[in-house]
Design a protein around this ligand. Sequence first.
Ligand code: 1GP
Length: 242
Amino acid sequence: MFSRHQKALAVLIDPEDTMPGASMTQLMEVVNACGAAYVFVGGSLVTHNHTDAVVRAVKQQTDKPVVLFPGGLNQLSARADGILFLSLISGRNPEFLIGKQVAAAPLLKKLGMQIIPTGYLLIGEASSASYMSNTQPIPYDKTAIAVATALAGEMLGHRVIYLDAGSGAPQPVPAAMIKAVRQAVKVPLIVGGGIRSFDAAYAALEAGADVIVVGNAAESNPTVLNDIAGAIKTFGSLNIHK
Ligand code: 1GP
């Protein structure tokens, strides 16, 4: 679903913050108009079982692929086009490396959606994701550890590497780290967390991100997506990938 040859924007909808309704409709109008390639759905802490209703509402409002980015087993939906089948390889918590995946696999097999094996790295400071997963993120300046971890993820068979500074991160993943990981692995690279502006998006893309993920900034001000999509356009691609 992801490509190393065309840069793309994914907009993240956290079902804890955005339910079907006026604010989702407003967000989806901008998502459709700005040329985002994907909608991701998921969150670190979702306290209800309405993810399916959120995915249904999103699918009613866009034809872009909807990809689950689940923080837990209560965030699955048969209506999604695919799932980032995450293994939290920056951490050492077996539940998030393999435990939840074992619990989810039989159900996912029945649902038949595209499974995207994803080596997931939390970067930077403590975040909701690091807290909820009981794992330590890789510090912003420990580039060599991020590179070694991403390499191990690729060697283990992950098809995508996702560097995430965490939702609402004060600083995005540093360009130097993205660049070093990009040089080390061949698989597509997703980068997210704290990307709120054209400049931050441009820096991540220039450093080698193939897909940038924007959540919080779009939830609080959907029109920022137009600026961020502009950063994608400067790299000559704004496309929907299947
Ligand atoms: C978090 O990468 C995503 O998992 C998006 O982060 O909400 O900060 O954009 P933001």
